[in-house]
Design a protein around this ligand. Structure first.
Ligand code: ADE
Length: 236
């Protein structure tokens, strides 16, 4: 998969050299391009923002640097394409990012992330690229971050680990929270007793059927307790 990121803080993404995603980049499973939005400004101060039309607090990101930066990645052909790169703008006003969305996006060939700052990006950037291809506004959750960078890091990690070959043991992806609509069961390792707390005996019984039933019960109990909102969708 090819991933391009447009940001005014390219250093933010240096950490993508590390860990599983770093390895995936070395092996060519993920190809990453990080682009500084300010390289696409043409004024002395490299400004990327301006005051909002209609008034109000804060600044809005100007459309021209975004247009130049995204054209450099996507090309300038105005003909609409249905199966080209998906351009994703992280925004608290977007669709909720979920494991299902991560899985869908992990099947794509090319993702382009545009990290907004301040009060957001001039709406015409979204409108323009929506006329030319696939654009999505995606929210990490119902809270406000200072900019899209942290949201993009989270999305890239969630999406990247679903690309075949990125996580060494693909079975570990199956029994995780949200994969079957439930939260995951609690895990234990040695020692069998620690600070007066014992590992649940069933896990040491060797009875695989009983272990599997216990784990499923734990998933349901945990989901009922912590995230009851997930249950109707799973059980119906
Ligand atoms: N940018 C600011 N807040 C955000 C959020 N909650 N999700 C995605 N992008 C954001």
């Amino acid at each position: 998969m090819r991933i391009d990121i447009v940001t005014i803080f390219p250093e933010f993404f240096d950490v993508l050299d590390l860990s599983l995603l770093g390895k995936a980049r070395q092996s060519g499973l993920i190809e990453l391009g990080v682009h500084n939005l300010r390289d696409h400004t043409h004024d002395r101060h490299h400004s990327v923002d301006d005051t909002p039309y209609g008034g109000g607090a804060g600044m809005v990101m100007k459309p021209e640097p975004w247009g130049d930066a995204l054209d450099a990645i996507l090309g300038t052909d105005p003909a609409p394409v249905d199966d080209g790169p998906i351009v994703i703008f992280p925004s608290p006003a977007g669709d909720q990012f979920t494991q299902r969305m991560a899985r869908e996006l992990s099947l794509e060939q090319h993702l382009v992330f545009g990290c907004g700052r301040y009060e957001g990006i001039d709406q015409r950037v979204v409108d323009h690229y929506s006329q030319r291809g696939r654009v999505r506004l995606v929210s990490l959750g119902d809270y406000v971050l200072n900019g899209g960078e942290v949201a993009v890091m989270a999305m890239i990690e969630a999406i990247g680990r679903l690309i075949p070959g990125v996580v060494g043991n693909p079975e570990s992806l199956v029994e995780e929270s949200h994969e079957d609509g439930l939260l995951e069961y609690p895990s234990y390792t040695k020692p069998a007793s620690w600070r007066g707390l014992d590992v649940p005996p069933v896990l040491r019984s060797g009875n695989h059927g009983a272990i599997s039933t216990w784990r499923h019960q734990q998933q349901i109990e945990r989901t009922e307790r912590v995230r009851p909102d997930l249950l109707p969708r799973t059980l119906s």
